[in-house]
Write a protein that binds this ligand. Structure first.
Ligand SMILES: N[C@@H](CCC(=O)N[C@@H](CS)C(=O)NCC(=O)O)C(=O)O
Length: 202
């Protein structure tokens, strides 16, 4: 099994972190997402439908979309929420929520702060920032009963999905509420956690 990613990609980080936390054997290769698509590895271009990272190649199965890849891992290894249909369904609810909510605003805000080419207009920033405050508040409220992870006592793919871009919160210059901050610290204590810039470097 081989993962293609890039240190700037929170989407790739979600998957890499899940594989590391589960001690799941895999290879990893960096794709230069800042290079023209025609300059990327031919095998990556051939297998990644939209030429984006993350791509997970598992035998003949070329898997794209970070949340979809997380589901594949959970089901294949019967871990992180994949152990039962009921738990997987609850995780899927969070994964769909993530894609439309915090996964929609936070990556854009972060890209705007970090990359000149992705700079948002003031109006767009303000709109996405308001969305972020709402969305991170939803996660904070979810964790306010003191549970360690989103689904309870153990981490699941919902945690990997929701937290991916929050590890860039400092450089995005967005606030992180207290319950979310505590949860991120617990995630950082899991096996294999490193900051995305380190974990995805090579
Ligand atoms: N919805 C996708 C997002 C994938 C994505 O936007 N990948 C970016 C990096 S974060 C990428 O590969 N950009 C390079 C490009 O589009 O050429 C997912 O969840 O995996």
């Amino acid at each position: 099994m081989k993962l293609y990613g890039h240190p700037d990609s929170g989407h790739a980080f979600k998957v890499k972190f899940c594989l590391e936390a589960g001690n799941i054997d895999h290879e990893y290769e960096v794709v230069d997402i800042w290079a023209d698509r025609s300059q990327r590895q031919p095998e990556f271009v051939a297998k990644s439908k939209h030429c984006e990272v993350p791509l997970l190649v598992d035998g003949d199965n070329n898997l794209i979309q970070s949340d979809g890849i997380l589901v594949h891992i959970a089901k294949k290894y019967q871990t992180f929420g994949g152990e039962s249909d009921v738990m997987l369904q609850r995780c899927l609810e969070w994964l769909f929520w993530e894609a439309n909510k915090i996964g929609m605003c936070l990556p854009q805000l972060r890209a705007s702060k970090k990359f000149e080419s992705s700079r948002l207009t003031e109006g767009a920033w303000d709109w996405l920032y308001a969305r972020y405050l709402h969305d991170v508040g939803v996660i904070d409220n979810e964790l306010s009963d003191g549970r360690p992870f989103i689904m309870g006592d153990a981490p699941t793919i919902a945690d990997f999905s929701l937290s991916g871009y929050l590890f860039f919160a400092d450089e995005t210059e967005v606030p992180v509420p207290d319950h979310v901050g505590g949860w991120l610290v617990r995630l950082q204590a899991l096996d294999g956690w490193q900051h995305p810039y380190d974990l995805l470097a090579s």
